[in-house]
Design a protein around this ligand. Sequence first.
Ligand code: SAM
Ligand code: SF4
Length: 336
Amino acid sequence: MSSAVTPSQLIDRFGRQINYVRLSVTDRCDFRCVYCMAEDMTFLPRNQILSLEQLYDVGKAFVDLGVTKIRLTGGEPLIRNNVLSLVERLGALEGLKELHLTTNGAQLDKYAPALKAAGLTGINISVDSLQADKFRQLTRTGDLNRVLRGIDAAIDAGFSRIKLNAVILRGRNDDEVLDLVEFARHKCVDISFIEEMPLGLIDEHSRALSFCSSDELREIIDERYPLGNSHENTGGPSDYYRMVDSSIRVGFISPHSHNFCHLCNRVRVTVEGRLLLCLGNEHSADLKEVLDAYPGDSERLQHTIRQAMAIKPERHHFELNDDEPQIVRFMNMTGG
Ligand code: SAM
Ligand code: SF4
């Protein structure tokens, strides 16, 4: 530990400080995106998931350990009953600087103002296509117009940080990269392109064949809108670029092509209460066991979290040479 480290900080054995937690509030979803889930999914029984009280206890324990950013995710976080009450309680935690949400946007026209009032500071909204039929194919159940209304509702609610996320699959939506950038420019919101990751076994498409690298996408965009590296460190895996004639940033999240593990500042907690130390590895600690056995014992919870830092892996290894996922859990279970 360096002398700058206080006892309440989370540092792993590679000297990385963990100040960001992604908390999955449900594994359920109203969409079935082809890269994220199988069509026919079995979700966790309710008695296996953390209660809202327990999710709050986890968030608070992390903030007490020096975490300054929490992202609520899932599954689709906005379909969890009463999730607003959790946002409100977490939003009031002293020491928490950023409380963000990743959503498919379908419920945002209903919830955006209340989320803002409850203390949410930023939203990522996933949108992979701007063509209703293609959007439906990629999400299997999604209604593009609802999501577009949700994006507008988030903008109207006045969030300072709104980012669109798009996963691009070859032969599916790779012809929409420029349309998506133009849409983001028009709405004045950032956009990130995410390389598809081999999480969970799917048979809808071959992940190896559908893979589009960030470098490829960047070239397409750069030809139309020359991109200058923004050299901004947002503490995340996105590599951001700016265009001369727009205030928005274009990000690329490249778990395959550009390894960012040495900068990793985050851990994830699944809705089953499993503390996942790395997106691409199974190393984990069971927080639910502690929460169930010792309700309200924050010291014990913090101790378990601190201990888990010793097993955070150095890096992930995603290979594209076959379609057998190295990680069998789906992204909705992981908390994307
Ligand atoms: N339901 C919300 C949503 O779609 O934004 C939050 C959860 S979702 C799992 C979070 C993000 O993970 C989304 O932007 C989604 O596109 C992305 N995602 C899901 N499965 C993925 C995969 N296999 N590879 C890369 N990104 C994935
Ligand atoms: Fe649901 Fe998000 Fe996964 Fe799509 S990416 S199926 S919206 S959890």
